[in-house]
Design a binder for this molecule. Structure first.
Ligand SMILES: [Fe+2]
Ligand SMILES: [Fe+2]
Ligand SMILES: [Fe+2]
Length: 316
């Protein structure tokens, strides 16, 4: 059978989401230890959902006679996202965990949306319905995390002295700068790929915006008198983690690119949500206004990528 026949594609997508769930379960088991109260409960609740998702996906794989060895192979090569391990290594653990968890849920949403398209192509109604149901569960979990941005910042800043709030704000600004830099690289790299025109246009549009974001954040750091090493330090923080590997994992199809870009844009959304709250606490109105305007563009960028999922799949 050719590699791109609907049946083979469907099994590939099922195998991918299965390994995503296995990693999610590991993360959901550890996450509640890193935060407190209702925020921790949100992760506990999603562990049960995640375990059920893994079982439901496995059942669909078995319905397609996917062999257990194949399952194991793919789980091994999935490449650790290492969200929890990373968060633990950071000074601002609750914030980083919230950010990465929010992005992970969106990666799952993308994976299930793409799975649903693959299932319909292959005429598998049961998998199509399952994908829609689980995508909704992932969106709900993303919403639960978003409901805790305030808690995440509260818990992250609990040990920061009021006098140090300005420096902390600079750290958050430098962190979004490092993320924008990685995101820019990904968008540039995607220009080397053969990508459907509508997706290309969405990505190029956001590449231009991203360059603007980088400049504006740099100027803000400058105006705030941040040390020149702030940006370099943030790049080191970002590189120290499995995020380096995350960004290095180059997507090889337009569908994967669109899923990955969706996760990256939502990572930025989360980073700006946190920055916004830190800037408010520090009483820096200019940073608040700048963050609000960039945040709106990041949300629009994520949506514009999601709008292209069917197109992205057409050339998978
Ligand atoms: Fe999941
Ligand atoms: Fe999830
Ligand atoms: Fe972005």
């Amino acid at each position: 059978m050719p590699d791109n026949d609907p049946q083979t594609q469907l099994v590939k997508y099922l195998t991918d989401v299965h390994s995503i769930e296995e990693q999610a379960a590991v993360q959901m088991r550890r996450a509640p230890d890193l935060v407190e109260g209702a925020f921790a409960d949100a992760f506990r609740k999603h562990l049960g959902e995640t375990e059920s998702q893994e079982q439901r996906v496995r059942a669909r794989l078995e319905a397609h006679d996917a062999s257990p060895s194949r399952l194991k192979d793919v789980a091994g090569q999935a490449g650790g996202f290492g969200m929890v391990l990373f968060a633990r290594s950071q000074p601002d653990t609750p914030g980083k965990l919230a950010m990465h968890a929010f992005s992970y849920e969106h990666m799952e949403v993308a994976a299930y949306e793409l799975l649903g398209i693959a299932a319909r192509e292959a005429g598998d109604e049961a998998t199509s319905a399952l994908a829609a149901a689980i995508a909704d569960e992932e969106r709900e979990m993303a919403g639960r995390i978003a409901a805790h941005w305030d808690d995440a910042v509260e818990q992250a800043l609990a040990r920061v002295e009021p006098d140090d709030l300005g420096d902390t704000l600079n750290t958050y600004l430098a962190d979004v700068h490092a993320l924008e830099g990685q995101s820019k690289k990904l968008l540039e790299k995607s220009r080397e790929m053969d990508v459907p025109e509508a997706l290309r246009a969405a990505l190029d549009h956001h590449l231009a915006e991203t360059e603007g974001h980088l400049e504006k954040i740099e100027r803000r750091l400058d105006d705030r008198g941040a040390t020149p090493s702030a940006i370099k330090d943030a790049m080191l923080r970002l590189g120290a983690l499995n995020w380096g590997a995350f960004f290095a994992a180059q997507p090889d199809t337009p569908a994967k690119l669109s899923g990955f870009a969706y996760a990256v844009e939502n990572l930025e959304v989360a980073a700006y949500e946190l920055l916004l709250r830190v800037a408010r606490r520090a009483g820096d109105e200019e940073t608040v206004a700048l963050t609000e305007s960039i945040l709106a563009e990041e949300k629009a960028a994520a949506k514009s990528v999601a709008d292209q999922w069917p197109v992205s799949m057409s050339v998978a």
